[in-house]
Design a protein around this ligand. Structure first.
Ligand code: UDP
Length: 327
């Protein structure tokens, strides 16, 4: 199947592109390189451009005979979404609406959307099931939830068949650790700790040590990027049978910030300074997924649920790419 991968030069999109190609699909990457890296796109046609440009996107969908769209091209910084909400509504909602309008015009019906556990906000019950109330607490989560609602209503018109995949904490590096995280600025825990281990930053800061968790630090569900991508392939197939498919994607196992730090220390064999700081606003103490639905309905089973393996792949990527993709 010919699949347009919006944001295919980014972290998860580039792994998805590689996996689509490996699975015998024909991925075509559309990316404006505002965040992504040209060097992360291999074995796929690359189109430089903007999915928020309606005429351009209609042309691309028509010209390449696209059968499905996967959309990874969102802004993902929670803090930035709080300070610049309109920027998030513009990119994550308005321009995604334009993409869906272009798909409607051309008659492309299949859409796989990167959603997030942030749609749940501060849930009462852990692990989180898909029917947990959606109460995002920041513009980032709210914009993702808005797109899910938009897709839901559009699917009811019969013009769209969509999957919304709610990621927990995406991490690790895929495809022999050649496709990894290179965000500017970096805000995610594992790459930040690795940067501390490489001496590229002075320390790693722990945001809060007084949470109601076993060691006082936040617990998250870390899911390997290739496992995430494998679920996208299965979700794409699922759209042959259903018009709406919503799944949590996580391992169901939680690791604390301290456990992640200890694992990186062990895997990298390097020590670094740890600084204990106040809580970061908006961080729930524990977020873990109940991904039973994806396992039962998609037959999805994570292959790399173990934190040590996840960190080994991330470390291998960073060790081989000390300056990221170098662009
Ligand atoms: N975190 C931390 N120090 C950092 C970055 C993150 O203690 O420098 C914590 C953060 O408070 C959260 C966890 O690590 O509890 C994962 O954060 P990340 O930003 O990677 O993902 P999030 O859970 O916010 O999506």
């Amino acid at each position: 199947m010919r699949v347009l991968v919006c944001g295919g030069a980014g972290y998860i999109g580039s792994n998805m592109t590689a996996m689509l190609a490996k699975a015998g699909h024909e991925p075509i990457v559309l990316d404006n390189l505002s965040k992504g890296h040209r060097a992360a796109v291999r074995n796929a046609r690359f189109i430089l451009g903007d999915f928020g440009d309606y005429d351009f996107t209609v042309d691309v969908l028509r010209k390449y005979g696209i059968a499905a769209v996967m959309h990874f091209a969102a802004y993902i910084e929670v803090g930035e979404s709080v300070s610049q909400p309109l920027r998030y509504y513009d990119n994550n909602v308005s321009r995604t609406r334009t993409l869906l309008a272009a798909m409607e015009t051309v008659g492309v019906r299949k859409f796989v959307f990167s959603s997030t556990a942030a749609v749940y906000g501060m849930p009462d019950r852990i692990p989180i099931t898909e029917d947990t109330p959606k109460m995002p607490i920041n513009p980032y989560g709210e914009t993702k939830w808005s797109v899910e609602r938009m897709c839901h209503f559009q699917s009811e018109t019969d013009k769209l068949r969509y999957a919304a995949l709610r990621y927990f904490n995406a991490c690790g590096a895929g495809f022999d650790a050649t496709l990894g995280e290179d965000h500017h600025p970096e805000s995610h825990l594992i790459p930040l700790i690795i940067q501390a281990a490489m001496g590229k930053r002075d320390n790693i800061r722990i945001f809060g040590i007084d949470y109601s968790t076993p060691d006082g630090t936040c617990v998250r569900d870390y899911i390997h990027v290739e496992d995430l991508c494998a679920a996208h392939l299965l979700a794409l197939d699922k759209l042959d049978n259903v018009a709406e498919a919503v799944y949590n994607l996580g391992n169901g196992t939680g690791y604390s910030v301290r456990q992640v730090i200890d694992t990186v220390r062990r895997v990298c064999g390097k020590d670094f300074k740890v600084v204990e700081e106040d809580r970061r606003p908006g961080d729930p103490p524990v977020l873990t997924a109940d991904a039973t639905k994806a396992q039962n309905e998609l037959g999805w089973k994570p292959r790399y649920p173990d934190l040590e393996t996840i960190v080994q792949t991330a470390w291998a990527f960073h060790a081989a790419h000390p300056n990221g993709y170098g662009d």
